[in-house]
Design a binder for this molecule. Structure first.
Ligand code: EPZ
Length: 430
């Protein structure tokens, strides 16, 4: 079974190019089927989840032409079914975006209830509330969501809870509905704004994304477009934490610094030197880094998808820090793995009380989910000795060329397929 093996203790130094935002790409790929004209999407991250979405698009009959790793041309005119269902699509949470896109275009959709990372129950009640508000009949039978509407009519929708997925899904269902749709209390993440900008480039009329109220005026149809996806805020933040935790000096390039403000300010607070440039951010770790407290919040607050990475960083800082996870109910499962490396963290309810230690010792650990897996790799890169991280399929869902990019920064890390290759690594890297 594939795993990452690394020998820690080397400060990461250099520049790393950040790819397109996975969580924007997943919504954009679904939205791309909403026109019968060509859609060219650039800066697409080449990760497992986006490739599963592309396969699902092809399976329902859309034309999918991969120009290169990071560029795809879609055309939805040849779609021949509104039912999306295969073993792969059931594994990713973003499958639910086919509901909003197919309902918005064909007024009908059948999609399996989403799978996804095991970080919480992950219901889709808010998505369904939005579809029903627009006039759709939605039912769930045998694990399949059936949505159908005679007509979709604009509505005033209040989201009880900030939800990235529900905001994006309701936007897609509403862009060709009759009249105006208002979404109150929407998610404001950069990737939500990016999906709205993509839809507007196709002729949609969406205003107010990134604010507390989104207004959508239904249009009759959407046309083709060429669009480049924004840089990935969480991939960038992950490499910023890699600099901090290894006491290195890393510049993340091709980023939008404003999207990283919450991460930059917390790294500065714990003692790193953080410098912002037009399209880059440089993080210099310090030998002495200090405790601080963090609560994950919807954007522009500290992102939940950076919670494991900043917790690992704080686990090697002086003093006691508290990290509170306010978005998901089960996102500290990696703490037990980190304890195997010497981490001293106590989880109480939805907070982690972190007592900083001087160092981690390498160990064999397992990735419980996407971002926790990445965080355990960061811990291994900071640890003395060898660390192996398995279940790396989670990590490959959201990080393109993770070990390659880390090696480019000086990390001693490899992706190995079995114990024999791991042993060869240990003998080669003493
Ligand atoms: C998106 O998930 C991201 N995934 C997640 O990233 C990210 O952690 C999350 O947004 C929050 O930023 C994708 O974009 C594919 P939510 P999503 O709806 O849309 C509750 C990663 O690491 N909720 O914003 O599923 C939900 O349980 C992944 O890339 C409802 O109660 O998240 C959670 O507590 C992990 N009912 C909270 O809202 C609903 O109908 C926020 O969830 C929907 C959500």
């Amino acid at each position: 079974m594939s795993q990452y093996i690394m020998k820690g203790g080397i400060p990461l130094v250099g520049e790393v190019e950040i790819g397109g935002a996975k969580n924007a790409a997943l919504g954009i790929l679904a939205a791309g089927l909403m026109t019968d004209e060509d859609v060219l999407i650039e800066n697409l991250p080449d990760v497992r989840d986006t490739n599963v979405m592309l396969d699902a698009l092809a399976e329902i009959g859309a034309s999918v032409e991969r120009i290169d790793r990071h560029t795809v041309r879609l055309n939805g005119s040849s779609i021949r079914q509104i039912s999306v269902d295969d073993e792969f699509i059931r594994k990713i949470r973003a499958s639910y975006y086919f509901l909003g896109a197919l309902l918005g275009k064909y007024k009908s959709a059948q999609v399996p209830l989403p799978g996804g990372c095991n970080i919480g129950s992950r219901p889709i009640d808010l998505h369904i509330k939005g579809f029903r508000a627009l006039g759709a009949d939605v039912k769930i039978e045998n694990g399949i969501v059936y949505a159908h509407a005679i007509d979709l009519v604009g509505s005033h929708i209040y989201l009880d809870q900030v939800s990235v997925g529900a905001t994006i899904n309701i936007m897609m269902a509403a862009v060709m509905a009759d009249g105006e749709t208002i979404i109150e209390n929407p998610a404001k993440e950069p990737h939500v704004v990016d999906v709205a900008n993509f839809l507007n480039s196709m002729g949609a009329n969406i205003k107010g994304t990134g604010t507390d109220v989104i207004r959508i005026r239904g249009v009759r149809h959407l046309h083709g477009t060429e669009y480049s996806i924004i840089p990935d805020q969480i991939e960038a933040g992950t490499y910023m934490c890699a600099a901090a935790v290894t006491r290195g000096d890393v510049t993340v390039e091709n980023v939008i610094p404003k999207h990283l403000e919450a991460i930059s300010s917390k790294l500065a607070e714990l003692g790193c030197e953080v410098r912002e440039f037009d399209e880059a951010v440089r993080v210099v770790g310090r030998s002495r880094q200090f405790h601080t407290n963090i609560k994950t919040l919807p954007y522009p607050g500290f992102p939940t998808d950076m919670q494991p990475q900043i917790t690992v960083t704080l686990a090697l800082a002086e003093g006691t820090s508290i990290v509170t996870e306010s978005i998901f109910e089960n996102r500290f499962r990696y703490v037990d793995e980190l304890a195997r490396m010497g981490g001293n963290i106590r989880v109480e309810g939805n907070s982690a009380i972190i007592t900083g230690v001087k160092k981690f010792l390498g160990a064999e650990v397992s990735a419980p989910d996407l971002r926790a897996g990445a965080a355990l790799v960061l811990a291994g890169l900071a640890a003395d000795g060898y660390t192996t991280v398995d279940e790396i399929g989670y990590i490959q869902r959201g990080y393109e060329a993770f070990d390659e990019k880390l090696r480019h920064l000086g990390a001693c890390i490899e992706l190995v397929d079995d114990e024999r290759e791991a042993q060869k690594f240990r003998l080669r890297v003493v």
